[in-house]
Design a protein around this ligand. Structure first.
Ligand code: NAD
Ligand code: UFG
Length: 688
């Protein structure tokens, strides 16, 4: 399988282009040293495209490391975004710009040559034209406009173009598409990706967005005495998604050349339509819904009156055309800004790789910490809850070593459990006249989704966000897993999203299972939960924990732990404070609502169903759910090194056990094509 290597793929334009590449059927490898970007962009790319995109944290100037990537993947071509790009900064640290941009490109080209890869799409810029108004009849700017970059950044772009040209002259099998971008603006319409400038933004729209969100006082408009309809300079603003699509067109164009035929050619990527600073200002104010403060300041050094593209060459040759407007870009930018006011930066959140192989970013440990010391860690594998620390006490069982999670003895610590949590009797069920045979992984039954349940999957994401409401800080983390038709024997394509909502005393979990419209099955079965083991004792045993539930009714079970269909009282009345331990153990499905539920309980009351305290600590755990039942399991069977029986207890929200095989209960778990399963759970840790 061949890949497109995208350098700078974690950056603003690169990330949008990776999405378009995947949408157009390309396989992508990203190389980025994250010097001006965040890995979160890559995590969000995967979340959007629902595919793994290999990522390498490599500086292009490190030829050996780059060469390893070319050896590991069959690279068919390169889209080369990686560069430093701030015009003003380049005048202050020109050497770094030449070193990074030109040094990085030379290293890349050498590695490409050594690996016989001769196809490259290069990010150039309208800045290579300099002031095109120095000529008559050069606005809109055609590709043949003479070049005269006016700053070190622009000169690096110019020089790289020359290098590529010379390489093609020396070896005419090289295929180089030079794309000269005009002014890229906007963000991904999903609101998940956008520009995330470090420090004070230089560019018009990122600055204006920060004014709108309250991070800056007012916009300075650099000069209103230019020869335009309102006195402000004219630029060709292009939506970043249109720009990204231009790369696909260029790549397709290069790929369609005759075998052995090379090319060196420049294309302007712009809309061909100029807008003034005031035009853009008004469009953005309209998207925001209010007038934003501004002042007219003096002209900015180096600015020119008009940089509008003549994009005819790209329109005709590449069959590419910008279709989105400045208004569309403003709307998408505002969505990105309001949903990510600080871009990818979240002040109380950090992550680390959670794999033995530290270069594999697919499984990461995400930790969020609060001023009161409350700390929560989550991992991609199984979208699991690895740790919760309250008042210095660890209150959830978890492994420090990631490899422990894949051991057979792991009793599902902290993981998401699905597609169907708990047992399915006889490892089969009937739905719409079909009998579905599942893998029996517990005697004759299927437990927790089978051998390859959600606990064993690496979820995409997370989309990590933070909201501040006065002093209250709330962090959310969205993880996604695509569970395909036939996995573990289950019918239908299901997209599972696990949303954690964490504040300074609680962990909320939303379980969402969408049975996709495109699924081959008419209906499927879903029952999701989280398998955390809590321990609020401050020791390695939960013995002596006092629990109290709102129900004492459990599902009666037979010898193979399958419900008989009867509701019965449990052995000890747990609606009264009950001390758990060796003599008082539980592994029962408790019924909160005997009538059961529909398939989406998320708008139902989040009911506190069980609370727990321990005399050793002053921590009280309150478990709440919207589900009609929960499994209380006091951990008798824990048998994994480092933990002993009853090291933790579980309160797993769920539908009734084996519901799909009990006529009166089936509707709790049957999800028709296009429908969404949902439920919520919340674990709150307060002072007792
Ligand atoms: P960006 O800074 O968001 O993305 C560039 C990415 O390259 C970053 O993720 C950065 O970490 C990475 N990078 C930089 N040097 C690297 C190195 N030595 N090794 C590995 N990775 C490295 O910028 P962007 O706006 O997405 O721009 C992408 C390209 O488009 C750049 O080449 C830029 O010059 C060009 N361009 C941008 C604009 C614009 O207005 N944004 C206009 C014209 C051209
Ligand atoms: N502007 C303001 N106030 C601001 C920022 C910008 O009035 O706070 C004005 C500028 O004077 C200019 C227009 O908005 O008239 C656009 O300015 P930007 O800084 O957003 O963009 P530039 O056109 O100066 O440059 C951008 C990239 C360059 C790239 C060029 C290609 O930053 O890297 O587009 O056209 F080369």
């Amino acid at each position: 399988m061949s890949y497109i290597l995208v350098t700078g793929g974690a950056g603003y334009i690169g990330s949008h282009t990776v999405i378009e590449l995947v949408n157009h059927g390309y396989k992508v490898v990203i190389v980025d040293n994250l010097c001006n970007s965040s890995y979160d962009a890559v995590a969000r790319i995967e979340y959007i495209v629902k595919q793994h995109v290999p990522f390498f944290n490599v500086d292009l100037r490190d030829s050996d490391a780059l060469d390893k990537v070319f050896k590991q993947y069959d690279i068919q071509g390169v889209i080369h975004f990686a560069a430093l790009k701030a015009v003003g900064e380049s005048t202050k640290i020109p050497l770094q710009y030449y070193d990074n941009n030109i040094g990085g490109t030379i290293s890349l080209l050498n590695v490409m040559k050594a690996n016989s890869v001769k196809t490259v799409v290069f990010s150039s810029s309208a800045t290579v034209y300099g002031d095109a108004t120095r000529f008559e009849n050069m606005i809109p700017i055609p590709e043949h406009c003479p070049n005269d970059p006016t700053n070190p950044y622009g000169k690096t772009k110019y020089m790289i173009e020359q290098i590529l040209k010379d390489i093609h002259t020396a070896d005419n099998q090289w295929r180089s598409a030079i794309l000269r971008y005009f002014n890229p603006i906007g963000a991904h319409p999903s609101g998940l990706l956008g520009e995330d400038p470090l420090g004070i933004p230089n560019n018009l729209l990122p600055y204006l967005a920060q004014v709108a969100i309250g991070r800056r006082d007012k916009l300075s408009i650099f000069g209103n005495d230019y020869d335009s309809h309102d006195g402000t300079p004219i630029r060709d603003y292009i939506h970043v998604v249109d720009l990204a699509k231009g790369h696909i067109s260029a790549l397709n164009y290069l790929n369609k050349l005759e075998t052995g035929e090379g090319l060196f050619r420049e294309w302007n990527l712009g809309t061909g339509k100029g807008s003034t600073v005031f035009d853009v200002y008004h469009a953005f104010c309209k998207a925001v819904g209010r007038e934003l403060p501004y002042e007219v300041a003096g002209r900015r050094g180096g600015d020119v009156l008009n940089l509008t593209a003549n994009a005819t060459r790209a329109n005709t040759e590449l069959k590419w055309e910008a279709t989105l407007s400045v208004e569309d870009a403003c709307k998408d930018l505002w969505k990105w800004t309001t949903e990510n006011p600080f871009g990818f930066n979240i002040d109380n959140y950090k992550w680390q790789v959670f794999n033995d192989d530290k270069s594999d970013y697919s499984n990461r440990l995400h930790t969020v910490s609060f001023a009161n010391g409350f700390k929560v860690s989550l991992a991609n594998r199984g979208a699991l809850l690895q740790s919760v620390v309250k008042n210095g006490t660890s209150v959830v069982c978890g492994f420090q070593d990631p490899s422990r999670y894949i051991e057979k003895s792991n009793p599902f610590f902290g993981t998401t459990v699905g597609r169907v949590a708990n047992r399915i009797g006889g490892a089969k069920f009937e739905l719409n006249g079909n009998t579905y045979q599942l893998a029996a992984n517990e005697g004759a039954n299927t437990l927790h989704g089978g051998f390859h349940g959600y606990d064993k999957q690496t979820f995409f994401g997370p989309v990590a966000k933070q909201e501040k409401n006065g002093d209250k800080v709330v962090n959310t983390f969205l993880f996604k897993y695509e569970d395909k038709d036939g996995n573990n024997g289950f019918p239908g394509d299901v997209e599972c999203v696990i949303k954690y909502t964490v504040d300074d005393e609680s962990v909320g979990i939303e379980f969402i299972g969408s049975h996709l419209e495109t699924s081959p099955a008419e209906a499927t079965v879903i029952n999701l939960t989280n398998h955390s083991y809590f321990n609020i004792s401050g020791t390695d045993s939960t013995d002596g924990t006092v629990v109290k539930a709102i129900t004492n009714t459990q599902l009666e079970v037979d010898d193979s732990l399958l419900p008989t269909g009867k509701f019965v009282p449990t052995h000890t009345d747990i609606t009264k404070p009950t001390k758990i331990g060796p003599d008082c153990a539980f592994d029962y499905c408790f019924v909160v609502n005997e009538a059961g539920s529909g398939i989406d309980t998320r708008s139902d009351e989040l009911k506190p169903v069980l609370e727990a305290t321990h005399p050793n600590t002053n921590i009280k755990l309150v478990a709440a759910t919207t589900d009609p039942a929960f499994q209380l399991y006091t951990g008798t069977g824990i048998d994994t090194p480092g933990f002993k029986p009853r090291s933790g207890f579980c309160v797993e929200n769920s539908r009734f056990v084996n519901a799909i095989n009990v006529p009166e209960w089936r509707k709790q778990v049957i999800v028709k094509r296009g429908e969404t399963y949902g439920s919520k759970a919340k674990y709150t840790f307060v002072d007792a």
